[in-house]
Design a binder for this molecule. Sequence first.
Ligand code: 16G
Length: 242
Amino acid sequence: MINKRSPIPIYYQLEELIKDMIEKGTLKKGDMIPPEREYAEKYEISRMTVRQALNNLVNDGYLSRVKGKGTFVENRKIEQPLMGLTSFTEDMVSRGLEPRTKLLHLLKKEASASESEKLKIKQGAPVYEVKRIRLADDEPMALETMFLSAELVGELKEEVVNGSLYQYFEESLGYSIVNARQGLEASIVRKSEREYLNVPSGSPVLLIERTSYLADGKPLEFVKSIYRADRYKFLIDMNREG
Ligand code: 16G
């Protein structure tokens, strides 16, 4: 319920209330939410306050507006733990979603200075650049650009990069991917990325860079990914060391 005496702003309380209904499943994807007026009357608050709460929920990806129709509940965000070193395919399958890949390009070229530094190979050595859209239940989630040393992974075929590369590295090439270093930062979608991710201009995204290593310390992959911030939320468990 809304507590008008609380120091917590009313629009924020309403946001939390609606988010809670989405999380509990009382409001499901595709449900139309009541008009502003109804919320205002029910909670005896101003329509401006309701509008502010709904705008914030639209910006955060919980709701979407369809012109002339109304405001609808969106999918819940995917909650991705940051601790385990998992693949996109594993992440989606574990949530009951169907992973799919749309290959944008697979090219073999000479490593640039920065790629050679990341992959610890000589500049000019052969590298693969693989650019893929990763989808869950046919909805684009991320855009991935991956660099791999061709000497390490051998010849890469299209059918391989259309599936799970971690599975290929581990099961077909017999490699053990043991650890990775990952950076995560906020950004706004670029014009060139918008249509791949199917998001409006100005949408927030998360830039993730991962370098994964094999048991002998060799870098296996260097990947730059762009994740939709309206569909993803990253979680981490922390312990206070005493
Ligand atoms: C994830 C990894 C990426 C890895 C890919 C393999 C992040 C930020 N990135 O997308 O580094 O290459 O999984 O997925 O999580 P696959 O086995 O399905 O091809």
